[in-house]
Design a protein. Structure first.
Length: 253
């Protein structure tokens, strides 16, 4: 009966080994595979005999051999290996990424390992990194373009303000004309401030910290209303505001 139970347990273990979709390995401390499951042979494109005949390092991607050997020394010292990633080269020359969990059994000088094929995940990571790099280049280009445009536009705006300063409004008797000139002057001043803010924001965004300051809500609102004064006047809109509960806010201007 004991012999029958042993046979049944062995049979179930072998069945699990053969049917597992993950790559299952038993390797010796001597650096050779001792047993592999069909999933490993299928992915690596080698037969069992071919995998047993050569050192494990022969199947590892050359750039990953050194780090793999270093971790193998830890396994020989009895330290389990968890979530270790390296690359193998298939028989046809394709590179596959594997994530390993390896448990040593020092008494038998053996290592029991499970590997998952994470090649697809690595390719997605690579594509994502390439996309992020591309987006960063585009963003830098747009920032440069915005900075240049804002910087270049400040000169004609300053020229307009200079013209306003040269105007002798004392000779203008028409109130509507005076109001129009004042509106144009304030709009130009607002445009200058906006351009300055664009340039400052681009500079601040390149730093780790964002510049914040105390802003008066009524002043901010009045600045906006002044910039659209003609629209407010034409639409006959009245604004009723009350900032008594929160007159200021600490924020980026």
């Amino acid at each position: 009966m004991d012999e029958l139970n042993h046979y049944s347990t062995t049979y179930r273990t072998e069945h699990f080994f053969e049917l597992s979709a993950d790559l299952l390995f038993i390797a010796g401390f001597d650096g050779y595979f001792k047993k592999v499951n069909p999933a490993a042979c299928l992915l690596l494109e080698y037969s069992e005999e071919e995998l047993f005949a050569r050192p494990i390092n022969d199947f590892i991607f050359e750039e990953d051999v050194a780090i793999t050997c270093k971790n193998r020394e830890n396994i020989r010292a009895g330290i389990p290996l968890l979530n270790f990633e390296n690359r193998y080269v298939t028989k046809s020359g394709e590179i596959v990424w594997l994530s390993w969990t390896s448990m040593p059994k020092k008494d038998d000088q053996l290592v029991y390992a499970i590997a998952k094929n994470i090649t697809h995940t690595k390719k997605l990571e690579e594509e994502r990194n390439e996309l992020l790099t591309s987006l960063k280049k585009i963003n830098n280009h747009l920032k440069k373009l915005t900075y240049t445009a804002s910087h270049d536009m400040r000169s004609p705006v300053n020229n307009l303000l200079t013209v306003y300063s040269l105007l002798d409004t004392s000779k203008i008797v028409d109130d509507e004309t005076l109001e129009l000139i004042e509106m144009l002057k304030k709009a130009t001043e607002g445009l200058k401030q906006t351009l300055n803010n664009y340039v400052d924001n681009i500079s601040h965004n390149d730093s780790i910290t964002t510049l914040v300051e105390t802003l008066a809500l009524d002043h901010t609102l009045n600045t906006v209303l002044q910039s659209i004064k003609s629209l407010v006047k034409d639409s006959k809109v009245t604004f009723i505001t009350d900032f008594s509960l929160a007159e200021t806010i600490i924020f980026n201007k």
